[in-house]
Each structure stands twice: as structure tokens, then as C-alpha cells.
Design a protein around this ligand. Structure first.
Ligand code: ASP
Length: 341
């Protein structure tokens, strides 16, 4: 059987950084040197080609224009490769990977994001394991077709559905978690794939790459003491179309009249408000408590068990699709890429 062809896309991040000896600051460096540092890649049972951002970035500088660049690299090379591995800084990896999951409709090949907490040149680096196993995950084939057919994130022995992940640790090698969805695969002595949890796309359709993302959105995190003036100012932002409201627990908020009235006014002005929990695990269940019942009554959209990262990128994607206002709630509350139950 022919060896799978894998495209490695380097966007930047710690994995490819080196320390500036004078300042001690980590900076992105040339990708070609990065590959020289991992000769083990040549031993893998696949053909690897690489492509790099002209100027690799720290992922804190990531934005939707770069998301489109990544999507276009995949689109251009889609028929030539069996799988894609995207090297990306861990800071905003869950945002980018979630966004790509929506942008790549009918994806039928693996797109595996990975990175590391320590640079690849560091003696104790986690980069080698992450990169090598991410490539192996992207190379998995069964009867000549890829095992994984979705956007994933591989970090510290676990392969996750990308749009279910969140960065939870800035220190630990286990930097990501997917608290509302089981891991898709695990790396131990063997690679163990949890076939039941993999996304099963309808293979009749061909890849559609969506590049129109609308960034007229905001995230508001509730906190005890949030003022009416602040919220009113945010909601009056010109061109604002939707807000991710990070609520407490299972989607609860204050029952104070000013708050509910302001949200109701906002929804009447045709802004979408999405209820997402601040908790890293669990789900919004509007109507379970008195403190969320009113949200349901005024037409707030339930984010169910979606992450903030996925809610944000799903909003940018859906707003870019010009979905009729009356259908928006139903579409948002429906799982499009396995991002919510
Ligand atoms: N600041 C880095 C980045 O996100 C951290 C990392 O790569 O893990 O690009």
C-alpha cells in the first residue's frame, strides 16, 4: 500500500522558537531548521512535505485573516495530500482549530493541530512527541482511506476533537482539555483510536472552504458587580451582531430587572445572544433554575455544552453565511461539526 502523503503547515509558536541570548525572550525562527532538529520524522511511514507562513507568528497574534491563510493552504493541497498537520502556538490553538472545523465543510481528511510548551531545541522538549505522534495520527489509514476525517488537536498523548478543546494550563505539558467530549485517540505503547467518537462525514459531498468570517461579535463574562453602564456600552457597539454571554454554572445569571430588560431590548434589535457557561465542563440548561428561565423566555440562544472558543468561531462563520434571522437560533443550537451535543 502506498505511504500516505502528509503536509506539515508551520504557522509559528513555541515549537519552532529559539531564545534570544541577549534578552532571554523566545522568538520564532526559520522552519527549515526546525525539521533538521527532528531527523526522526524521516523514519515515519509517510511522505512529509512542509510549508511555512512567510513570517511565523506567536499565536497571540493569530487572527481570522491567518485562519483564511491556513484554510487556503489546505484547500490548494487537498487533493495532493492524505492528511495535514498544523504547527501552531498553544495560546490560541483552540480558537484557530475550532474556526477551521467550521470553515472546512465536508472535510474528509485529518487536519491535526499541535504545538508544544517547550521549544523543539530544548533538552526536555515535549515538541518531538507531539509532532511525531500528530503526524502518525494524520497518517492512520484503513482500507486506503484516512481513519480521522475531522479537525483535531493532538497534545501530550491525546487526540481531541479540536472544537471541544480549551487551553487549561500554561505550565503543564498537558496544556489542553476536552471536558465535554471524550478523546478521539490516545498514544501509549500503541495508538488507541476510539472509533465510536470519530466524526463520520457524509462522503458524498466535496470540500467547501468558507472564508467569509464576520468579526462583529463580543464576549461578555458575567461577574458579581457587573454594571449596567458597562453592559449597555458594550451592547451599543456599532455594527455589533452577536454576543457570547459567559454565564454562571448551567447558564445562570442575575435576575435583576435592568439586566433582563437590557438583554430583551438587545434581542429585539436583532442581535444574537449566546448563553455559554463559564465552567470548563458541563452544559447550559436554560430553565433549570429561576436564574436562567428568563433568558430562555426572551430568546437567548443556548450554547449547550460548547466551548467559548467554538462558540466564537461558530458565530463568525454563521454570521458570514447570512443565515436568515429567524433561523439563526435553530442553526446555532444544532451540531454542525460535533461541537455541541
Ligand atoms: N506564546 C506561544 C504561542 O502561542 C505559546 C506556545 O507556543 O505554546 O505562540
Amino acid at each position: 500500500m502506498a505511504k500516505p502523503n502528509i503536509l506539515l503547515i508551520y504557522t509559528g509558536g513555541t515549537i519552532g522558537m529559539i531564545k534570544d541570548f541577549k534578552t532571554g525572550v523566545l522568538k520564532a525562527f526559520d522552519f527549515k531548521n526546525l525539521l533538521d532538529k527532528i531527523p526522526e520524522l524521516q523514519l515515519l511511514d509517510c511522505h512529509i512535505k512542509t510549508v511555512s507562513f512567510e513570517k511565523p507568528i506567536d499565536s497571540s497574534n493569530m487572527n481570522p485573516e491567518y485562519w483564511v491563510q491556513i484554510a487556503e493552504i489546505i484547500e490548494t493541497n487537498y487533493n495532493k495530500f492524505d492528511g495535514f498537520v498544523v504547527l501552531h502556538g498553544s495560546d490560541t490553538m483552540s480558537y484557530t482549530a475550532s474556526a477551521l472545523s467550521f470553515m472546512l465543510e465536508n472535510l474528509a481528511k485529518p487536519v491535526v493541530f499541535t504545538g508544544s510548551q517547550l521549544p523543539i531545541g530544548d533538552l526536555r522538549t515535549d515538541a518531538k512527541e507531539n509532532l511525531i505522534t500528530a503526524v502518525q495520527m494524520a497518517s492512520l489509514q484503513e482500507n486506503g482511506s484516512p481513519v480521522v476525517k475531522e479537525v483535531c488537536l493532538y497534545f501530550e498523548y491525546k487526540l481531541y476533537r479540536a472544537n471541544r478543546t480549551t487551553k487549561i494550563n500554561a505550565e503543564n505539558f498537558k496544556a489542553f482539555a476536552s471536558l465535554n467530549y471524550p478523546e478521539l485517540a490516545e498514544s501509549g505503547v500503541h495508538l488507541k483510536v476510539n472509533h465510536d467518537y470519530l466524526w463520520k462525514p457524509d462522503l458524498k459531498h466535496t470540500l467547501i472552504v468558507h472564508k467569509n468570517l464576520d468579526t462583529n461579535i463580543a464576549i461578555v463574562k458575567l461577574f458579581p458587580g457587573l454594571s449596567e453602564t458597562f453592559l449597555r456600552t458594550v451592547l451599543a457597539t456599532p455594527s455589533l451582531k452577536a454576543v457570547v454571554l459567559e454565564t454562571y454554572g448551567s447558564g445562570n445569571c442575575t435576575t435583576e430587572a435592568w439586566f433582563i430588560n437590557l438583554l430583551q431590548e438587545t434581542i429585539k434589535q436583532e442581535l444574537h445572544i449566546i448563553n455559554v457557561t463559564q465552567c470548563v465542563g458541563g452544559s447550559v440548561m436554560m430553565g433549570q433554575y429561576e436564574t436562567s428561565n428568563q433568558l430562555k423566555a426572551i430568546g437567548v440562544i443556548s450554547g449547550k455544552d460548547i466551548t467559548t472558543e467554538a462558540a466564537l468561531s461558530k458565530l463568525m462563520y454563521l454570521l458570514g453565511q447570512n443565515i436568515p434571522k429567524q433561523e439563526f437560533k435553530k442553526v446555532f443550537e444544532t451540531s454542525l461539526r460535533g461541537e455541541l451535543f
